[in-house]
Design a protein around this ligand. Structure first.
Ligand SMILES: [Zn+2]
Length: 331
């Protein structure tokens, strides 16, 4: 574990305080025991690769893969914005380990305080590194429905990832709840640099939150935008189509997965085609009176021509067909 919330002027000062800090931390993490203890300059910690996509806006691009095709779940795009006084982090990664690696990446670039962590939605690849940033002093912000979603599903997500990757990659990872709930919109200030947070109606999930950096126009869309990785519907398919129908006034758009887009159309056009086709095929299956057992395979068949444009297509499209069938059945 890297205990990040304690900057020291010297390694000696760190060594003097480290045993007490470690004991205090372990009291709050009773499943873990101390083996060894070391003080390390932040610049020497293993860090995620990041790139600057606009002035003061840094992004880690995750590999385009689903959990099942990843060794550690480090699949989401993560980012941070450096203001005059402080730093805001957008999404924390899949585990404490990834949160620590993101923290180290930030510290290689800036030693300003980390004032905010914004979690774009409940999914573990975005949310599960959060405790690192709470320990670093950040306030955690999320959609007004995020806390309920994490309370309902967090334990299951954590168990599933631990089963998938083993306990090593997930060690020390805990589900933490936001300190502040955002309904509608909220501006946060990094010392004259303002980020505008906007809560979306149910779409990719029921707790999607976007972050717009007013200084550069960069929009962190979370999983409201998938590029190259097959979109997953876990909120509302019609709601997601509605969200995409209103272009955001943004410059670069950082999706939750896949490469940064330079404009709205580049960001959403392929996803719009996919979700529109999913909606149409689901309507047709329902209009034909098919039961779910026949409707889902029919929807999957109808979407097969799109497979070449998307990674992890077969697994994800079957999930999407099931979700869409269940949702539209009740329309
Ligand atoms: Zn997601």
């Amino acid at each position: 574990m890297t205990l990040v919330g304690h900057p020291f002027p010297t390694v000696e000062a760190c060594r003097a305080a480290a045993p007490r800090i470690a004991s205090d931390w372990l009291k709050d993490h009773p499943a873990l025991v101390r083996d060894a203890l070391a003080c390390t300059p932040a610049a020497d910690l293993p860090a995620l690769p990041v790139r600057q996509v606009a002035d003061g806006v840094h992004v880690h691009l995750g590999p385009v893969a689903q959990f099942e095709d990843s060794p550690d779940g480090w699949i989401a795009n993560l980012g941070f914005v450096i203001g005059p006084d402080s730093i805001a982090v957008i999404d924390a990664g899949a585990s404490r380990a990834q949160g620590q690696a993101l923290f180290a990446a930030i510290r290689r670039i800036s030693d300003k305080p980390i004032s905010h962590l914004v979690i774009t939605h409940m999914h573990p690849d975005h949310a599960f590194g959060a405790e690192v940033f709470r320990e670093a002093g950040a306030a955690i912000l999320g959609h007004e429905r995020l806390a309920d979603a994490l309370q309902g599903r967090g334990r299951t997500y954590l168990d599933n990832l631990t089963r998938l990757y083993g306990p090593g990659p997930m060690i020390g990872t805990r589900v933490v709840l936001p300190d502040k709930a955002v309904g509608g919109s909220l501006d946060i200030d990094l010392g004259g640099r303002v980020l505008s947070l906007t809560a979306a109606p149910p779409a990719h999930s029921d707790n999607d939150l976007t972050v717009l950096d007013r200084a550069t126009g960069t929009l962190f869309a979370g999983d409201l935008v998938f590029r190259d990785l097959t979109p997953i519907v876990d909120g509302s398919l019609p709601g997601w189509l509605d969200w995409m129908a209103v272009p955001q006034d943004a410059g670069a758009i950082v999706p939750g997965h896949g490469p940064v887009a330079q404009n709205w159309d580049e960001a959403v056009s392929a996803q719009r085609d996919f979700l529109t086709a999913l909606h149409r095929a689901t309507r047709e299956a329902l209009d034909a009176g098919l039961p779910m057992s026949e409707g889902v395979p029919a929807i999957v068949d109808a979407l097969a021509p799109l497979a070449g444009r998307w990674k992890s297509f077969p697994e994800s499209v079957a999930r999407d067909a099931t979700a869409a069938f269940k949702e539209l059945e009740w329309e």
